[in-house]
Design a protein around this ligand. Structure first.
Ligand code: BG6
Length: 512
């Protein structure tokens, strides 16, 4: 099939909900949290929408010593718990007939031999034509090892018309160097086309809508540039703390956990040029250009353009909550940041001198993810002789979660004899127009992997470019440990230094 025909086929598959290609999906880390809470429910939701192939099987692979029956019972329970499906459910029964389990150590050659035998058997039984997705839902230290072992057993060879794909979860490396090493290691076994680096933000409908909104409407693109836009604010605020993930989180921190992946996806989708098509590489080329155009911070810039914070005790939804250092598995003297704010500049013709302010943190005032585009103010000249003191700038907000929609703020005359201007919002709410289907955000990504569409997955160069953006901040913060942690109370909008960062530029964060 030529490329154009393949693209057409993919488009059709998405339009008409054609099921994914026949395959076996092997999940490494099948007893873990991600599989339980996201992957299994997402597979169930795909099944419910008739998007799973008829010829399909799932193999769970994990350290845990479970029998196949025990694993099936667990999967059924997970589906019920995380999707609300009824106990007696035909799709669950259908899934149970094609679920298998292998206990094994990811470092043990013999386990991969057993996997090989099982794949041969299941391929015949379920007519999956040799197609396999390996989903690495494990701790990151196993990614390279698993790929190496799969390669050694020749389990990744995708010749003779069948395909083998590997999905890799985040974190993809912990800095630029380790990401490069991981790319190099897996690149010795797999071609780039076989690698699907996942970022679950790209599975969110509202994130995908950024492209549709920008490029399917004639009226926004002409003003989407430095002539009309004053600045962009991207907020990913969480009200929860680190919960039970203190052990992992303390080695990562907010910068690594959120910026090079999720937030830079939002930046690149907001700032990219129109791609020449929706083909995977056309879209990703434009995203990558933005990541490369972000001005690298010099060490002295880090001191003025990067802010870190750590939450102290405080209040979350009316209840008293402990500080980060008192959380389970967190050392009482931890200097890990739970909040970060950065001022980024994109050095290209469209965005020169338009700051992109980004912030993310745990235990903030509320859960909200949004992209706010603030336009330049209109000239004041006409209002000099009126009671109006200042015009409110137009603001376009792309609401990603938990509210999903778009709002546009503009000035309107307040009724009355005097000329007064009020700021009003025009709101579009996704669920009012389209309803809302329960979704984990992984459905589309799993489906795309089944049909071989890598548009919503990260390429090697994108991951490395993301790490390059944060590298100077990592270096300076490592050399200069924070002296004022904890520096914001749970339930606040982050530390005062984050407000100061904006104030210095005569701006302020949104807190609505
Ligand atoms: C994960 C991070 O990748 O994303 C978590 O490791 C964070 O720390 C989560 O809470 C946020 O995802 P979402 O979809 O809830 O915004």
């Amino acid at each position: 099939m030529d490329n154009a025909a393949k693209e057409q086929d993919k488009a059709l598959a998405q339009d008409h909900g054609k099921p994914g290609d026949k395959c076996i999906m092997v999940i490494f880390g099948a007893a873990g949290d991600l599989t339980t809470r996201k992957l299994i429910p997402a597979l169930y939701n795909l099944g419910k929408s008739d998007l799973l192939p008829k010829d399909f099987a799932i193999v769970g692979f994990a350290f845990d010593k479970l029998t196949e029956d025990e694993f099936r019972v667990k999967v059924r329970k997970d589906i019920q718990e995380y999707t609300g499906a009824p106990g007696d459910c035909p799709i669950c029964d259908w899934m149970m007939e094609r679920i298998y389990y292998l206990t094994g150590d990811f470092r043990d050659d013999a386990a991969y031999k057993r996997l090989d035998d099982l794949l041969v058997e299941l391929d015949q039984k379920h007519n999956t034509q040799g197609n396999v997705i390996y989903y690495l839902a494990t701790a990151p230290q196993f990614f390279a090892e698993i790929v190496k072992q799969l390669g050694a057993q020749k389990l990744t060879n995708g010749e003779n018309g069948h395909w083998r794909r590997v999905v890799i979860e985040k974190p993809f490396g912990s800095d630029l160097e380790s990401a490069r090493v991981l790319n190099r290691d897996i690149g010795q076994v797999l071609t780039e086309k076989q690698i699907y680096r996942i970022d679950h933000y790209l599975g969110k409908e509202t994130v995908q809508n950024i492209l549709v909104f920008r490029f399917s409407n004639g009226i926004f693109e002409p003003v989407w540039n430095r002539r009309y836009i004053d600045h962009v604010q991207i907020t990913v605020a969480e009200s929860l703390g680190v919960e039970r993930r203190g052990g992992y989180y303390d080695t990562a921190g907010a910068l690594r956990d959120m910026i090079p992946n999720h937030i830079l996806q939002l930046v690149s989708l907001t700032a990219m040029e129109p791609p020449i098509s929706f083909h995977a590489d056309a879209v990703r080329d434009e995203q990558a250009k933005i990541l490369h155009a972000i001005t690298p911070m010099a060490p002295e810039d880090v001191l003025t353009r990067a802010v870190r914070g750590q939450y102290d005790d405080g209040v979350e939804e009316g209840a008293a909550v402990p500080g980060y250092r008192q959380e389970q598995s967190v050392p009482p003297t931890s200097n890990t940041e739970t909040f970060v704010a950065l001022k980024l500049l994109i050095d290209n013709w469209r965005w020169a001198d338009v700051p992109f302010y980004i912030r993310t943190g745990k235990r903030m005032a509320k859960r909200v993810t949004e992209i706010a585009i603030q336009f330049r103010r209109a000239p004041f000249v006409l209002f000099r002789e009126t009671p109006v003191e200042r015009l409110t700038p137009n603001l376009l907000v792309l609401h990603i979660q938990p509210d999903e929609g778009i709002s546009l703020r503009f000035g309107a005359k307040v009724p009355g004899a005097l000329v007064r201007v009020g700021a009003v919002d025009m709101d579009f709410d996704y669920k009012d127009y389209f309803g809302s289907e329960p979704s984990t955000g992984y459905e589309r990504l799993l489906y795309d992997c089944m049909i071989g569409d890598a548009t919503l997955f990260q390429r090697a160069d994108m991951v490395e470019a993301g790490w390059s953006v944060v590298a100077p901040v990592q270096d300076v913060w490592k050399a200069l440990p924070p002296r004022n942690f904890p520096n914001y109370h749970s339930g606040a909008w982050g530390p005062k230094e984050a407000d100061d960062l904006m104030k210095r530029d005569g701006r302020q964060w949104r807190t609505e």
